[in-house]
Write a protein that binds this ligand. Sequence first.
Ligand code: HEM
Length: 446
Amino acid sequence: MTTQYLALYDAAPTEEKYPLVQKWMKTEPLPFFKQLREERPILVTPECTLIALFTDIRDTLQMPKIFTVDLYKPKMGVTHTDPGYLMAHDDDALHYREKSLMQGMLNRDDLPGVRELIAKASAKILADAGGHIEIVNNYTRMVPAILVQDYFGLDGIDRKKLLKWSYWNQYNTFHNQPFDLNSKALYDDIIKNHAECSTELVDYMKVLMVRKLLTVKIKDRILGQAITGINLLRTLFKKEPFMLKDDIVKRMLRSSFSDHVDFPLTRIGVNAGGLLIGAVETTSQAVSQVIEYLIQRPELLTQAKAASRDTDTAKIDGMVWEALRFVPISPYMFRQASQDYTVAKGTAHETTIKAGTNVLTLTQSAMFDPYAYDDPDNFNAERNWYHHFNYGFASHDCLGKYIGMVMIPEMVRQVLKLDNLEATAPMDYKKGPFPESYELAYSANQ
Ligand code: HEM
């Protein structure tokens, strides 16, 4: 029998309304969202306002000055004197400038090499584990940390520290908001842990910047001259030129910007730190949830295992993206209204959202809206990618999305290639927002 969510919601006392909504979003999002789309596409709760339809969500996310990321500001270092991180800025000069510069640095031509790096690192961890692995701490967090070190260039540091910094930053920013309803003690504790991590990260970034700057300025100059001579000869013999060893931090430091571009060393450091924060916990959650989703569905698992052995990765990639529609890393993105605004004007559900209201755009609901998805409850690995919200949408869409689009499926693929794969204990969130442990077994020595 279908639960009558809205009837239960309407009958609940005021203080119990949003906790009910929160529980349904966590435990039974799909039928709850379906009822919202059909009966109350905009639900105004005492805590925040939920938007459930594809078209309204797309509209809302396209107006960053009206539906702002102000809730990110205290979490991302924004003060009167410090602009903090680009993600906490809405459609202004800093966001536009730094996002585009960073998009250029993360050159999409690198992606085949990134996929290879991920494949090798993943296969090695799984082979070394010898047939049994707790994947969250040893694999789903570890592989993106290797990417952060080897490709982004945040090296010379214990990987466990990188994991800790990403973890508390993500926890505080995305799971310690008013609508998370955390107890005061937990709320304070998360803020304290994040603050400690930020201090450690800033100290580390300073040392890293100096070390890499010295490499770039001194070592490159000496090696660079030799390489220029050799490359002249290589061009004569139609051979590929040698390149200096590269990573994203070095790439940023080697690129020279006019002062008018306004991308000084301090901003390079902030943006390099952002790469770490964005990469680890997001990837870990996505990969572990997709693996669990497939393991729990034997028919899909058989198809996915076969697809994982194809040299063409299109099929497994499509399956992973489709699985993430069912188990996204978050069912919503949140915004805060900067002014009164009427959403869905001229429709039966037209609603004026007041300035200061926190808004949850239910992006998972949008990914099940028949407006954009035929037969949305069906698993179909060949859907139109442009309707996905797994990497956000519009001006704040994910800077790392093209990396994630090769990293996540490749990490899943390497696990699915293992023979006799099974879960030996259920995934455990340990009452927090992220997967914390998931035990897998498989045949060793493959
Ligand atoms: C691979 C490394 C990654 C990096 C460096 C990264 C970085 C970023 C950055 C900088 C933004 C903010 C962009 C802006 O405000 O304009 C962002 C947004 C976002 N990222 Fe990523 N990210 C990564 C991976 C991922 C993964 C794996 C997922 C999920 C599967 C993800 C999901 C998102 C989402 C949903 C947003 C939008 C947030 C919003 O609109 O409020 N990211 N990412």
